[in-house]
Design a protein around this ligand. Structure first.
Ligand code: ADP
Ligand code: ZN
Length: 212
């Protein structure tokens, strides 16, 4: 199972990736999570990572591609992986192809989860995340407990700094300009499969399972 999940910010890629990763016992690789964890632990010597993530722009490709190359070479990726948040522009898509060629494997599917922009903005601005286990909550649909302590792991539940409204708009613009062409690229290759992310997460998961 070698899968890429594509779609706009807030569409539920992360939620579906976690579920698919459990179901198929393959690692979930999220570049966003890798950057946030790395920033929290202060492991990036390059200051531009922080600047880019906090302002909603893409981290430079050489950094991102290097991280993904290393991660895909780890032994737990041998039987498959779910990529979430990578590739996000055409340069990264070409780089992924090279990495997979080096590993002598191919992608099985590219899943495009889509939804209307106003749904996305609403979802992102209400989103809260557990700092420790990554569980995702929502102020309207799945509110966290009042003490903001995660019932699953005891971690702190917080709002991502880039989930503030101005940064969300910036991220949606970046998506339109840089990531949409990657979706067209996979569509032209004939490996793109589209599902609706504007409905309940369980329904989206069912749709995904039935087409992959
Ligand atoms: P979302 O998909 O909800 O916008 P992510 O958690 O995937 O959020 O990413 C958060 C931020 O991390 C991005 O806005 C960007 O700064 C950085 N990032 C994530 N993936 C990539 C990538 N493939 N290339 C460059 N930057 C990335
Ligand atoms: Zn938790």
């Amino acid at each position: 199972m070698r899968l890429v999940l594509m779609g706009p910010p807030g569409v539920g890629k992360g939620t579906q990736a976690v579920r698919l990763s459990r179901r198929f016992s393959v690692p979930h690789i999220s570049t966003g999570d890798i950057f946030r964890e790395g920033l929290a632990k202060n492991i990036f010597s390059d200051l531009s990572v922080k600047e880019h993530v906090y302002s909603g722009r893409l981290v430079p490709d050489d950094i991102t591609v290097g991280i993904i190359r290393n991660r895909l070479m780890d032994s737990d990726c041998a039987k498959g992986f779910i990529l979430d948040g990578f590739p996000r522009n055409l340069i990264q898509a070409k780089a992924l192809e090279e990495i997979l060629e080096d590993l002598r494997v191919c992608l099985d599917d590219v899943l495009y989860i889509n939804a209307e922009f106003d749904i996305l903005v609403k979802r992102i601005s209400g989103r809260r995340i557990c700092q420790k286990c990554g569980a995702i909550y929502h102020m309207l649909t799945n509110p966290p407990p009042q003490d903001c302590i995660c019932p699953q792991c005891g971690g702190n539940i917080y709002q991502r700094i880039d989930d503030r409204e101005d940064t969300v708009r910036k991220r949606l613009k970046v998506y339109e300009k840089l990531t949409k062409p990657v979706i067209d690229y996979y569509r032209d290759l004939g490996i793109l499969k589209t599902v609706d992310g504007g409905v309940e997460a369980d329904k989206t998961l069912d749709a995904i399972i039935s087409i992959i």
